[in-house]
Design a protein around this ligand. Structure first.
Ligand code: ASP
Ligand code: MG
Length: 413
């Protein structure tokens, strides 16, 4: 069987959904499970809704629902029964927002997950309308997680049993399910981290021992750099799992970082293919050896550099580094670059404002803390002389580090 994943951009309007259906239709020679994420920028819009805190939210909520109404109208004509379902979801979101006055991660997951529920209801209903044997299933009944809301950890032992029960269903049906969401033991909805639908696809594929996973994207494949920043970027025909995993680690957003491991462990190839031009070969990520990979350049914006200095001329030692890492780990913050000297320890991380400011406050109890924001981390893997010279010694460099294969430069954005 195969697993397909369609992201928000590939279902952004009625035409795009028709195209998704055409793609699915041309792959019915084998059982298929389709993972769909929220439509267009719905997840951002739902986050926006939550950020309104206790202010009126009706207008913003209406906009989100109306956007989906338009798509329903475009696909099925007016007054389709899905309209009623959407109105029900709208009331559900509204009730949640009114009931929970504090804006917790738990509330976030209950609300933001509705984007994927709506998207999959629309897509599966459309597939049925055009005569495909689609079956909507609720991913929350299959992917069980812990209760770390917004960043839930998968309970693999339980999920595998639940997901494997779908094997028979796949003989008769094209399963359509949500990415990004799961549920905790107590039944509350959890989410797996932003852009986590790729990971969901990998979870289903791994548990069902799929033949392959295909992520359909608005790019022609995995590229050596973001073509918007570097028009000379090239498309990789194939990439080893390890290379792909490292790219995502350094911040390449083409695939979610957690996607590779479950697939590599079961040796399930991952295809990244163009949604706009399905005849393009795309990229095959699998167990392979590729000689002479060209330099791979990853830009990661919105970085923050934090420097912790000891105030009394003691040196930075293991116990102080321990304090810093415990504080990071307590907030699930991941470090992207480290540099230390005798009296200072600096590290760069994604500027998740609320969490990072809390971290800085905490570290202030033990250190003199300085920080800079609006930085970009550029990582060049497998550099050659030309790229090395191009990126090294740029102006506005804050930190520069190189190993035999990788150069990292932190610059002012
Ligand atoms: N809709 C979710 C997000 O935008 C999950 C995903 O797209 O993968 O983060
Ligand atoms: Mg999305």
């Amino acid at each position: 069987m195969r697993v397909f994943k369609f992201g928000g951009a590939s279902v952004r309007n009625a035409d795009a959904i028709r195209k998704v259906a055409t793609i699915i239709k041309s792959y019915t020679d084998q059982p298929l499970l389709v993972v769909v994420s929220a439509i267009g920028k719905t997840t951002n819009a739902l986050e926006q809704l939550l950020s309104l805190k206790n202010q009126p939210f009706e207008k913003e909520l209406d906009e989100i629902i109306n956007y989906h109404f338009q798509i329903v109208d475009g696909l099925f004509g007016h007054h389709h029964e899905l309209t009623q379902e959407l109105t029900g979801i709208k009331s559900h979101i509204s009730a949640l927002l009114k009931k929970h006055l504090s804006n917790t991660d738990e509330l976030y997951d209950q609300i933001v997950s509705q984007g994927e529920i709506i998207a999959t209801r629309i897509v599966s209903t459309y597939l049925i309308t055009i005569g495909l044997p689609a079956l909507w299933i609720d991913a929350r009944k299959y992917i069980t997680t812990d209760s770390t809301f917004r960043e839930a950890k998968v309970d693999w032992d339980q999920s595998i049993i639940q997901i494997q029960s779908l094997a028979g269903v796949l003989d008769e049906n094209i399963i359509v399910t949500q990415g990004f969401i799961g549920s905790a033991q107590d039944g509350l909805t959890t989410t797996l981290g932003r852009e986590g639908s790729d990971f969901s696809a990998a979870i289903f594929a791994s548990c069902l021992r799929a033949e392959s996973v295909t992520i359909w994207k608005d790019v022609p494949g995995v590229m050596s750099a973001d073509p918007k920043r570097l028009p000379t970027a090239i498309i990789f025909e194939e990439l080893p799992f390890k290379e792909a995993a490292e790219m995502t680690y350094y911040g390449a957003t083409v695939i979610h970082p957690k996607t590779i491991k479950p697939l590599a462990n079961r040796n399930i190839p991952l295809f990244v293919k163009s949604f706009d031009n399905i005849d393009l070969p795309g990229t095959r990520i699998h167990e392979c050896k590729v000689n002479d990979l060209p330099p791979l350049i990853v830009f990661k914006d919105n970085q923050c550099l934090i420097s912790c200095q000891v105030t009394d001329y003691t040196f930075i030692d293991e116990s102080q580094i321990g304090i810093i890492f415990n504080a990071l780990s307590a907030r699930s913050l991941k470090v992207n670059l480290i540099q230390n000297s005798a009296i200072s320890f600096s590290f760069c991380l994604d500027f998740k404002e609320e969490k990072v400011l809390a971290l800085i406050e905490e570290l202030g109890k033990n250190f003199e803390v300085y920080y800079n924001t609006d930085l970009t981390l550029i990582t060049i893997k497998n550099y050659d002389t030309e790229t090395f010279n191009k990126y090294k010694g740029q102006k506005d460099v804050v930190i520069e580090q190189s190993s035999r294969s990788t150069l990292q430069v932190l610059i002012k954005s």
